[in-house]
Design a protein around this ligand. Structure first.
Ligand SMILES: [Zn+2]
Length: 410
C-alpha cells in the first residue's frame, strides 16, 4: 500500500505523552511500566486501538509480542518489521522503547504496509531476562529458561504471561518466519552523547556491542568486629572492594585497546550486612560489553585472573557464574546502505555509529536483514525521567523509514 497520509509530528508527540501517562510511578520519580503491569497493558492497548482505528489488525504471538498490520495485508506477505518495546526500567524515561513503537504506529497511520511489533520484556527488569520476547520468538530461550525467569513475587514469565497471550504450548511452532519479512528496522534513542554533542538528529547503527554478565561470590568468615584481629580476618567485603576497583581499571584498559568497551559492577549484596560483623560473604555482578568477541574473551580471562589473585591472597573462596553471554551483532550492510539512500532522498545527513546498549535488533539480526536508527538523546541521559529526544529528530527517522518502505523491493 502506498502512503496515503502525511507524517504528523504533533501526533507522534501526543503518542509519547499519552503513553508516558501510563505509569506505575509518579512522573516526578520516573516512568515505570513493568511488563504485564496495568500501565504496560494500557500502553499496549493504546497502540493497538490507535492502529485498529486506522484499519489495522492485531495478533499476539505465543511469546507475548504484539504484531500489527494493515487489515488487508496478509500475515505472510513480506513487509518490513518495525518496532521496539513499551516496558521500562523502574524510574525510566518517556522515550526508551516508546520512540520505536510510535514511529511504526505513525507509518501505519500514513497507510504504509509494514508490521509493527511491540517486543515483550525488553529491559529484563521485571522477569530478569533482557530481550525476553525477541529471544523467545527466535527460539534462543527454552521453556526452562522462561520458567526460571521470575518477577519479584516469584511468578514465572509463563505463569504471569498466560493472561496476556503467552502460550508455552505454542511457542515451538510460533517462531519468527523470515520469509514474511523484508527485514527489521528499529528506531531508538541513542542513550549516549555523540549525536546530541554534534547536534545531529539521527544516525544509522552498524553494530551492537556484545555483553557478558557475571555473578561473583566471595566467601570468607563472618566474625566479631571487635574481637577479631585485623590479620586474622577473611573479610569478603574488603576483598570485593579491592576486586571492584581492579575491575574498573581493567574496564579502562579494555576501552583503551578498543573503543566502546565498558565494565560495570552495578549490584552488591553483603552478608550479614551488619555494623558489628565482619562480612562473611559478598555477591556482586559484572556487566562487560565490547564490540568484538576477541575483546570479550580476553577481558573475561583478565577478569578471572584478577579475581583469582585477590581471592587467593585474602584466603577467600571464589565462585564465578557467567549469567549471560550475548555476542556482538553486526547489522545488515545492505539495510544500512538502503537507509543511507533513503536519508539522502530526505536530505538528512546520516552518520554511522555503533550501539553500546543492547536492543531487540541485535537478537533479530541473525534472522532478518536488520538495522537501527538512533535519534539524539539530550545530554546522553537515559533510563532516567530526564530522558528526552526532540520530536523533530524522531520525525526525521520516520521520514527515512517512509522512503525505505516505499522504495526498496523485497
Ligand atoms: Zn530500549
Amino acid at each position: 500500500m502506498k502512503q496515503t497520509a502525511e507524517i504528523q509530528s504533533q501526533r507522534i508527540h501526543q503518542d509519547i505523552e499519552t503513553i508516558a501517562g501510563f505509569s506505575e510511578t509518579d512522573p516526578a520519580i520516573g516512568y515505570g511500566r513493568p511488563t504485564f503491569s496495568p500501565s504496560w497493558v494500557r500502553a499496549r492497548d493504546y497502540v493497538i486501538e490507535e492502529a485498529e482505528r486506522t484499519g489495522c489488525t492485531t495478533r499476539i504471538d505465543a511469546h507475548g509480542n504484539v504484531h500489527i498490520r494493515q487489515r488487508f495485508c496478509a500475515w505472510d506477505t513480506p513487509v518490513w518489521l518495525c518496532g521496539s518495546h513499551l516496558d521500562s526500567v523502574p524510574s525510566g524515561g518517556k522515550f526508551d522503547g516508546v520512540t520505536g513503537v510510535v514511529c511504526a504506529l505513525e507509518l501505519l497511520r500514513c497507510g504504509l504496509d509494514l508490521e509493527l511489533i511491540i517486543f515483550a520484556e525488553e529491559e529484563g527488569t521485571t522477569f530478569g531476562t533482557a530481550m525476553l520476547g525477541s529471544q523467545s520468538w527466535v527460539g534462543s530461550l527454552s521453556i526452562d529458561d522462561l520458567t526460571r525467569s521470575r518477577n519479584s513475587e516469584g511468578i514465572s514469565y509463563l505463569e504471569k504471561g498466560a493472561a496476556f497471550g503467552v502460550r508455552a504450548e505454542s511457542m515451538a511452532t510460533d517462531r519468527v518466519r523470515p520469509e514474511c519479512y523484508r527485514g527489521f528496522l528499529e528506531v531508538h534513542p541513542e542513550q549516549g552523547l555523540s549525536l546530541w554533542k554534534q547536534d545531529r538528529a539521527v544516525a544509522v547503527v552498524t553494530r551492537v556491542n556484545g555483553r557478558r554478565h557475571y555473578e561473583v561470590c566471595l566467601s570468607g568468615q563472618a566474625n566479631h568486629a571487635g574481637s577479631t584481629r585485623m590479620e586474622d580476618r577473611r573479610d569478603a567485603l574488603a576483598g570485593a572492594a579491592e576486586a571492584i576497583c581492579e575491575i574498573e581499571k581493567l574496564g579502562a584498559l579494555c576501552a583503551e585497546r578498543k573503543a566502546y568497551s565498558v565494565m560495570t559492577v552495578g549490584r552488591i549484596d553483603v552478608h550479614p550486612n551488619a555494623v558489628n560483623v565482619i562480612p562473611g560473604k559478598t555477591v556482586f555482578t559484572i556487566d562487560f560489553r565490547a564490540q568484538s568477541t576477541e575483546v570479550l574473551a580476553d577481558g573475561e580471562q583478565s577478569l578471572r585472573a584478577i579475581l583469582n589473585r585477590i581471592a587467593a591472597r585474602r584466603n577467600l573462596e571464589l565462585h564465578i557464574e557467567n549469567t549471560e553471554h550475548l555476542p556482538p551483532a553486526d547489522l545488515s550492510r545492505e539495510v544500512v546502505q538502503a537507509l543511507h539512500r533513503a536519508a539522502a532522498l530526505c536530505d538528512i545527513d546520516l552518520p554511522e555509529i555503533p550501539s553500546g546498549a543492547l536492543h531487540d535488533a541485535a537478537i533479530l539480526a541473525p534472522y532478518l536483514p536488520t538495522a537501527m536508527l538512533f535519534v539524539a538523546s539530550k545530554d546522553g541521559i537515559s533510563h532516567h525521567p530526564a530522558e528526552f529526544s526532540r520530536v523533530e529528530d524522531i520525525t526525521d527517522a520516520v521520514r527515512i523509514l517512509t522512503r525505505i518502505i516505499q522504495n526498496s523491493r523485497p
